[in-house]
Design a protein around this ligand. Sequence first.
Ligand code: FEC
Length: 319
Amino acid sequence: MADKARIGVLVMSYGTPESMDQIEEYYTHIRHGRKPSPEQLQDLIHRYEAIVGGFFPLRKNTDRQVAALEDALNRGDGRYTFQCYQGLKHAKPFVADGVEEMAKDGLKEAIGLVLAPHYSTMSVGSYIKEARTKADELGISMQFVESYHLNPSLIQALTNRVMQEMAAFSSEGTGKDEVEVLFTAHSLPERILAMKDPYPVQLMETAKIVAEKSGITRWRFAWQSAGRTAEPWLGPDILDVLRKLRHEENTRNVLVCPVGFVSDHLEVLYDVDIECQALAAELGMNLKRTESLNIDPLYMEALRSSILSVLENHKAAAR
Ligand code: FEC
């Protein structure tokens, strides 16, 4: 019997420091080589101190997601053997390191996937560009999942989470009509709109279908975690939305569903769980958040099916 085809899978993700003393280097990388000011650095250290308690959750979560995905892929019909590699945007192993590892292991064919479901040239596009350049240099034939924001398993996993929290509101005696659902994602500089970047539209499509499937009629979209730079970022910002909801619409119950993120990390554990919660408490609001996807089997299925679909399409085109 012929050997099974070996396929490399480069799983790309944002990356996080491994220890407090790596925060400056990490932050400098995010800022394209410009060191943060002492105040900016202190502010970021403070945010990590508030969430990490000795370990950086994103690293552990990404490790677990990659292991679970490799498992799910190899439980398939046996035609292929998949080997997963990590490629991080702002920490080691970097995207190019992951591609190099695949080459060292003798892989000639690979699929690349970014864990973030929505495509922007500034996020997913830049991961793909880096991976493609390295793969071309090393002679690996590489195809990419560009986005999977409407994958049925992803939508089901998110819908389950919204319904779970709506049930929690209900058990406290709060009806569906009294809760505003805020779907959120990482803001990006406003200039992406002029570039006709698909990011905002894809996010809205995910939010709309999850709302429909959960039977939610009260919902809107808000941006979170905007960068601390001088240029304008996409809004409305979630903090402003919370103030508006309370002061102008007398809403007291809010469910935040961060559809743009797939894991527990700083932007969820600090920006939502600490910063938004503090504002909600000040405003006298009851704020809940949907659980992150992490290694939910449905989420793994979304990744697995997206990878297989790109692989099959490529094979069919080559025939
Ligand atoms: O837990 C962790 O250690 C890391 C959490 C983390 C995730 C994440 C995801 C995205 N970002 C995106 C865009 C930008 C742009 C800038 C930017 C800046 C930061 C800073 C930190 C940070 N991001 Fe991030 N992001 C995470 C963390 N991000 C820390 C720097 C300090 C700050 O502003 O808070 C601005 C860069 C610049 O200054 O030029 C732009 C996008 C995503 C979601 C897609 C993805 O995962 O790639 C888009 C997780």
